[in-house]
Every structure is written in C-alpha cells, then in structure tokens.
Design a protein around this ligand. Structure first.
Ligand SMILES: [Zn+2]
Length: 976
C-alpha cells in the first residue's frame, strides 16, 4: 500500500511507532456518537421535536440496523419518551429493543433531563432520575450504568452519591474551572475516584472522568448541518453543511483526527481515548454522519500497524470497560466540589445562581406541592375504606407533576439560561400540573373531612396537613376578609390566633394560627366571623395585633448608630432595631446569652454589559442614600417588623425593597424549639446583605443541593474576584466565628457570597440588558421585570445549637404544612380517626408515594413478562419509602448516631405491612443484586467510612440508618 501524506505528521507528533509493524494497537480511540439535545434552551421542547429530535431517533435507529459497527448513546429521556410514545412505529420499537439488547444503543444517565448540578435540590435530582430510569426499566428491563453530565455548569459533590446509589459504575463531567482543568490535563488527573460524601462508606464513591478541554463537541466532524426551527427544510439541505468526505478531502480529515487524538492521548494514563463524536443538535441525518465518518475511520485503521492507533465506534460502556480492565491504581478525590465554574479569566458562571428567580421559586414550590400530594394520596389510597375518587385519575395528576418538576431540573431550565418563550413553557407546564394536584388534594379533603360541631353558614373550614414525619409546631397564616373571627379545633375548643392588617392588601387581614400537627396528619379548624369582640360575648375571639409606625429615616453612612434601640423579642431572640435609621442593629440569643451586631441592607450590582467597551465584566456600586421606613406589628403569637426601603427622591412611590421579619411565640419545650429559634424574613426584590460583627475570616459555608455543606474560603483573583466568590445556595448557608453561627435557610436557590469579614450577601434577583448579539438574537436577555418574594429563615446561636437545628429547620421551611380552605355548607363526612407517622428526629421522610410503575420488583419475573410482550399492572398497595439520615458523622453528639427504625411499627398508621424490599436509589435494583465495579486506589489505608458494618437480613422491617445514608424501600401493604 502506498504511504499516505499524513504519515510525516505522526512522526512529528511522536506517535509513529519506529520499529515497523505492530501486533497490537498502541492507542485505542473510542468514538462515541451522541447528540446533545437540550430540553428547552433557545427553542421549546415541541419545536425541538419538530426541527430535529424526531429525525435523530428515526435516522439513528435506521443507521444502526443497517451497519453492525455503528453505535449511539441516548441521554435525555424526555425526548426519547416523546418519540417512543408518539412517533415510533411498532417496527421501529422492535428495532430499538434489538439494538438495546445487543448493546449498540446505550442509554446513559437515563434521567428525564441532564440536570443542573448547582441550583437543583437533591430530592428533585433523585425524582428526575427515577422518572427516566423507571421508564427504561419498565420498557426494556435495563438500568443505565454510566453518567453523562457534559454540559451542566460546574459539578457538585453530591452527584457521586446520587449515581453510586443508583448503581452506576462511572461518572462523566466536563465543565469545571478552566484553570483547574488545564492543570489536571498536564498532570494526567482527569480521571479519579471521587468520594463525594465525608460520612458515607466506600459504597458511595464513584470513578469520575472529566472530559478534556475539547468537551463533548468534535468540531469539524459533523456533516448534517444545522436544524431549521421549527420545521425541517423541504429540500433536505441544511445550512452550514460541511463538505462530504471524498477521495480528495479524505486526507485532511484523517490528519485532523490523528492530530487531535495525538494531543489528547497525552492527558490520560491508559492507552484508551474517549472521543465524543457529536455536539448540540447533531445526528438528525445519521446517514450523512455515519457514511462520512466510516470513510475517515476506515482510512485510519488501514495504517494501525504503522502508527499504532485504532479507532472504533463505541458506547460509553465500551470505553469504561476497557479502562476498568486496565487495572490501574487511581487517585482519590475527597468531597470538595467543582463550583463555581469559570470558563475563562473573565467568565465566572455564577450569575445563573440568581437568574430568573421567579422560575427558581416556582420550581421548588411545585416540588414541595408534589411532596404533599404524594403522601396525601398514599394515605388516602391505603386508608380509605371506599374510594370516592378514581385512584387512576389521582395517580395521573401526580405523574404529570413528577414529569414537569423533572423537566425543569434541566441545565438550561432552573438555571434561568433559556429564551423567554422557553421560560414561558416551563411555567405553563408547572402551573397546569400544579393545578391538577391541587384538584386532587381538594378532592381528598372533600372526601375525608370529619364531622364538625355546629358549623354556621358564612364560615370556613381550614384543613391543615403536615407532610413531614415529625410533629410540627408552627404558625399558619390565612388571609380573611373580616377582622373578628373565632377559631375552634376538631373538638370545638378555641385556638390561639392573632389577626392583623395584611401587608400587601389593605382591605384584608392576615390570620395567624398556632398549630401542632403530628407527622403525616391533618388538623381541622372552623373559622367563623364573630359578631362582637370577645370581651362582650365571651366567645373565643382572636387577638388583634397592635402597630407602631416609624417614619422615613435617612440611612446615613459613617454615623455612630445604636443610641436609640427598639427591642422585639420572643423566647429565644431579642432583635434590636435602630430608631435613628430604622435598620436592624443587633440580635441577642438567649441560650448562649450573646449579642451579635447584625445589620442588613439592600445592594445592587451594576453589571457592565456593553460589548463595544471591552469584555463583559461585573463591578458594583453601592446605593448609599436610600431611606428606610419601619412598622412593628406586635401580637401574642407573632411580631412582624415591616421595613420599607426607598430610593432617594422616590419616597412617594412604592418602596423599591421591603423586608418583613417575623418572630413567633409558641409553646415551651421541644415542640416549640424550631419555631422559637428562627427569624423569618420575607423580601421584595434584592439583593440582600447581612453584616455581623462575627469574626469569620471571610469563610462562607453553602450547601450542595440541600444535601451537604461545603466550606468556601474567600479567594483573591487577579480579576473578577467578586463574581468568582459567589456560590449557589440551594437550601442553606452560614457564617461563623469561634462561638457563634448565623445560618440562612431558603425556600429556593439563590447566589450567596461573603465578600468581607462577618458579612454574607444573598443575590435574590437579577435584571440585565445584555447587548451581546447571540443573547439579543435568541431572546436570551435577562430583562426580568418581575417582583419576587423569597423567604429566608435566620438562625443565630452557638455552633452546637445551630448545627442540631439546621437540617430540621431547613426541612420545616421547605415542607411547611399546607392549608386548604373549604366553605362551610353543613355537609361534611363522618368521624375520622387518624394515626400519626413519626420518625426519630435525625431521620427524614424523603418521600412516601405510590409510584404506580408497571414492573414486577422481581427482576427475572419482569424480564419474562417483557419477553412475552406483556405489561404488568400498577400495584397500588406497593408504596415507595425513602429515608434520609440528616447528619454528618461528627456533626452532633446525639443526632449523628446511627438510628434504628422498625418500619412495620412506624408505618402502622397507614396499614399493615406485608413485606419490605430494599431498592436502589432510583428503585430499579434490588440492592442485594446490585453489584458495582470496584476500582483500585492508591491509598487503601485511608478512611473508608463504615463499609464493614453488617448488613441486615433482607426483608427485615428493622433498618439501621447511618449518618447521611439514604435508603429506599418498596413497602407492600395488605389489601383491605
Ligand atoms: Zn446543554
């Protein structure tokens, strides 16, 4: 054979084998065909289906059937399921089953979407993965074993835990800090074993592969052009189509590929190279793609005996099998995450922690509603002697919301990095499906409300449900139109309550009611307008809060403040407010008898976004001359401090910012502990800054996905220091000195940073006018004019006190009791007894639901059913239960201990348990049958957690849960 022109290039690269013919290739290149299909970014899901997604699956399946060497990996199940359910013919379905069985079409990740890792909550990540995995298992009997998270902006340390518990063997990430990636390439450290959690055993570590700086795109190697939105072109000719591989151009393609391979091979320790082939929106004409690439690869392989390089089509699994078989000893990486992500010196991707704050809030409210709906429905189905509503309809409402909550976890959804019309699509999907679950909940309480003594027309029933498996004491708020009301509970006893004028609607009243509700239980209150005040009639009537007004005060900087303080207190805190400025001055915490100076202010960062004046960079301007107004509304249960902030010269208009702070008074003792130890703050707009006199060394702690905390030391950078010191806060953050800690808890994701000693700032909202061409052309501009109302809880106290309360308070905020109002019409159901479900304080009921999957939990039986072409029925007596130990190993003296729970007795209130099966995190594996690959490591003596503890006998209702463990079960309940 004639020598080729590209051979000198290989000599140049040092890749040419000098001794002539080789028996074995020196480097194996695994070309992994894939298409990155965002579930909404510039275009909606529907538009993407029309423009290219449908063609991706149609043409890829056809190509794979035609040629045995071809491979493909499929990622986003939202798209695959839309194609499978709405497009694929029976013939195509048969072909897919064949390709899956032969391992040529491989599902990786397997979630509904490729979820974001910075601003998503762990519970929602599990949900979106479970949705996709269950579909794949139900349909094909398979379970994905490799992750593919190649586009999310940064990587979280909770992801190894998530994927390890789901049965994965290896994990792929890509976008990490550019500087760190460069160092990892040079030092051949792009592959390692990652121990994401400091408390969990070796069972939760995972082999991780960071894509090199070429990422997931193979520039210059796609031939199918750019899809047309919203329709494919009639003539089949797409814009920017690359010239085909011909006899003339073949050499240049081969050269380009070998050059690329040669460069990348030096960054890895084994002679295997992962070569992702594809990019965004590729393979909608798979025939063009494969026919061109076939020629390039054949040409390369003709000369393997000379240059030692072989190329092959592969799935991700093929690649990892080869690396695993190589049996190297791998470096271990601890629980440090890869956040924030900078793609370049001036590009810190931290703005998305607060972009489209409204959608971030809606996504979490939808998730919290789903949590309530799931357990209410489970209770209803298990306990109701007769079903008044059709369980299939109820399950459908929940399944649709599961799908919508999953979808919004996509890395261009909850992140707020999508076009306006795509944002509207997410909001529409979430809102309509939330409506469905609200209807379901209303139907359940309609059926299940107990008899009530003496309801009179004109009043309301308030049905309150506590979705947590602990007794909760809290204050619920109702808005009513009349000031004098009497509230009684199930037994007709008056209930402590307080009413005050609503802060947003002057004609209405906020009614605060103190309630204690056992786990997964209901309380029922009757609310009736009262004709006269209590003193006259002796009727139980609520108390009216009194109000004190403090007029506008200038927020002068540099002035000595604190001369004239107004105290506002409950049993745990006294908050001092400065009458001279109307701002917060300090907080005294009773338990530790310590006062911490705390000030709060609103700041605005003005971003430089004019492309005509250098690179877009951030700087900030403080707005120092605003004015503040204050009102204190004080009552027996709640004291509300209403602070309004005006821009200078704008006092007549509505305030620009507002803070509503609430201190509550409840019962003494453990029942009221969480309620007492929090200062609730609700804001309008932002961002908010809280400064303290705590000596924190500028170290901030913020959470990974609401699951675990990360220490964030302040770092000085050559440029862009402010932006690069911002971190996501999904559920909590804190700063601390040696003796005190200030914890912030939130209901949605925000950006958080500590830019000075003792200071923490939360980015609540963003609005930008970006004149970058790409952003303007695609309507990506973040010109968000909405008003947001985020809520934070502040906890202040010793480290020991706050670390005990932190997690439970976070959940108490996330899953507050829901209040449903019903008009009194005299027609109510019969008497109703309920039994509570109560878990020990360190263990959280992460989910209780009827999943409704149509597969047998016996794997062999499931495969047999699939082979016969049958489908199992959804079993309504099979309940999914997931428990989570909330504490790290050394976090709390008592709460960090392992906890033993007898599921049969804990769940007695729901019915009698027939059997307990432990499952993998996404439910598709029986844990006793789940085997993951082991990877050898350089440091066998390092602490490996509690991996040596004995396993309980399978099926035992008694389970011991260790710190940070998450355990998933199918619980089978007896029929009525
Ligand atoms: Zn993407």
């Amino acid at each position: 054979m004639k020598p080729r022109g590209w051979l000198p290039l290989l000599l140049q690269l040092g890749l040419m084998w000098p001794l002539g013919a080789l028996s074995e290739p020196r480097l194996r290149v695994f070309v992994v065909p894939h298409s990155h299909m965002d579930v909404g970014w510039l275009h909606t899901v529907q538009e993407s289906m029309q423009a290219y997604v449908t063609n991706v699956y149609n043409s890829v399946v056809e190509e794979l059937i035609l040629e045995r060497r071809h491979r493909f990996i499929a990622v986003e199940q939202v798209y695959f399921r839309l194609w499978w359910d709405g497009v694929a013919s029976d013939k195509q379905k048969g072909q897919v089953r064949q390709l899956v069985a032969e391992g040529r079409l491989e599902f990786v990740l397997g979630g509904q979407v490729m979820h974001d890792k910075a601003v998503t909550h762990f519970d929602d990540q599990i949900l979106q993965l479970t949705e996709g995995h269950s579909f794949l298992y139900e349909t094909f009997g398979i379970r994905p074993q490799f992750s593919w998270q190649v586009d999310p902006f940064g990587a979280s340390a909770t992801t190894p835990t998530l994927f390890a518990l789901s049965g994965f063997n290896a994990h792929v990430i890509s976008r990490i800090d550019y500087y760190l990636k460069e160092a990892m390439q040079i030092n051949q450290q792009l592959q390692f074993v990652w121990r994401g959690s400091r408390s969990l055993s070796a069972q939760q570590e995972i082999f991780t592969h960071v894509l090199d700086h070429f990422g997931y795109c193979s520039e210059g190697f796609y031939w199918d052009g750019e899809p047309i939105f919203p329709h494919p072109p009639a003539d089949g000719w797409y814009p920017n189509m690359q010239l085909p591989v011909t006899q003339k151009s073949l050499q240049s393609f081969v050269e380009a590929m070998l050059y690329n391979v040669g460069e990348r091979a030096t960054w890895f320790q084994t002679p295997h190279l992962l070569w992702p082939w594809g990019c965004d929106r590729q393979f909608f004409n798979a025939s063009l793609q494969f026919s061109n690439m076939d020629r390039v690869m054949e040409e390369v392989n003709k000369f393997t005996y000379q240059h030692g390089i072989s190329v092959q089509y592969a799935t991700l699994g093929n690649y990892f099998q080869a690396v695993h078989a190589h049996q190297l000893s791998w470096k271990v990486r601890d629980h440090q995450d890869f956040l924030p992500y900078s793609s370049d010196l001036l590009y810190a991707w931290t703005g998305f922690y607060a972009s489209r704050s409204g959608l971030k809030g809606l996504a979490r409210r939808a998730s919290a509603l789903l949590y309530v709906g799931e357990s209410m429905f489970t209770r209803y189905v298990l306990l109701a002697p007769h079903w008044f509503l059709d369980p299939a309809w109820g399950l459908q409402q929940l399944q649709q919301l599961r799908w919508a909550v999953s979808e919004v976890q996509h890395h261009d959804a909850i992140t707020g990095t999508h076009a306006v019309k795509v944002g509207d699509m997410f909001v529409e999907h979430l809102s309509t499906r939330m409506e469905g679950v609200h209807k379901l909940m209303a139907s359940i309480i309609q059926d299940r409300s107990p008899a009530h003594s003496g309801p009179e027309p004109g009043g309301h029933f308030a049905v309150v449900y506590n979705p947590l498996a602990w007794t909760v004491t809290t204050i619920i708020t109702l808005t009513v139109e009349f000031p004098n009301v009497s509230i009684t509970d199930e037994s007709g006893r008056p209930v402590p309550a307080q009413f005050q004028r609503s802060k947003e609607m002057p004609s209405a009243y906020d009614l605060h009611v103190l309630t204690t509700i056992p786990g997964l239980s209901y309380r029922h209150y009757s609310i009736q307008p009262s004709r006269r005040p209590q003193e006259d009639t002796g009727e139980p009537v609520t108390s009216l809060a009194s109000s004190r007004q403090f007029g506008l005060r200038l927020r002068r900087s540099g002035k000595q403040v604190g001369g004239s303080l107004v105290p506002v207190k409950n049993d745990c805190y006294t908050v001092f407010l400065d009458k001279d400025t109307n701002l917060m001055h300090s907080i005294w915490e009773r338990r530790s008898n310590r006062t911490v100076l705390v000030t709060q202010s609103f700041r605005e960062y003005h971003v430089k976004s004019d492309v005509n004046h250098g690179p877009i960079s951030d700087n900030y301007v403080f707005t120092p001359n605003g004015r503040a107004e204050m009102e204190i509304v004080e009552g027996p249960l709640v004291t509300e401090i209403r602070q309004y902030f005006y821009r200078q010269g704008n006092e007549e208009m509505r305030p620009t910012f507002a803070i509503y702070s609430r201190l509550a008074r409840g019962p003494q003792g453990s029942d009221g502990e969480l309620l007492c130890h929090r200062i609730e703050q609700e804001y309008r707009v932002g961002p908010l800054e809280t400064s303290t006199k705590l000596n924190t060394g500028r170290a901030l702690y913020s959470d990974n996905n609401g699951y675990q905390m990360q220490r964030r030391p302040y770092r000085n950078y050559k440029s862009n220091t402010i932006a690069r010191n911002y971190y996501p806060m999904v559920q909590s953050a804190f700063i601390q000195s040696r003796r005190s800690r200030l914890v912030l808890l939130s209901t949605q994701a925000h950006g958080v940073s500590s830019q000075r000693n003792g200071q923490v700032e939360v980015m609540l909202h963003r609005r930008l006018w970006n004149n970058d061409k790409g952003a303007l052309g695609n309507n990506l501009t973040l010109n968000d004019t909405s008003v947001v109302h985020p809520v934070l809880w502040l906890l202040l106290g010793s480290r020991a006190l706050t670390s005990g309360l932190h997690q439970r308070s976070g959940l108490a905020l996330q899953h507050r009791p829901v209040v449903m109002l019903r008009e009194m019409n005299g027609e109510v159901g019969g008497p109703w007894k309920q039994k509570a479900v109560t878990l020990p304080p360190g263990v959280h009921l992460q989910i209780l639901s009827i999943p409704g999957w149509k597969y047998s939990s016996d794997h062999t039986e499931h495969l047999r059913t699939l082979q016969k072409g049958d489908k199992a029925k959804a079993d309504l007596r099979c309940v999914l239960l997931r428990l989570q130990h909330l504490y790290e190993v050394d976090q709390d003296q008592v709460l960090s201990r392992p906890v033993t729970v007898n599921l049969r007795s804990v769940l007695r209130g729901l019915g009698s348990v027939v059997s307990v099966e432990e499952r993998s995190l996404t439910e598709t594996w029986d844990v006793s049958e789940m085997y993951r690959w082991t990877w050898s490591m350089g440091d066998p003596h390092r602490h490996r957690g509690n991996s040596s503890r004995p396993l309980p006998p399978p099926g035992s209702p008694e389970v011991t849960i260790y710190p940070k463990e998450i355990r998933t079960f199918f619980i089978h309940f007896q029929e009525h």
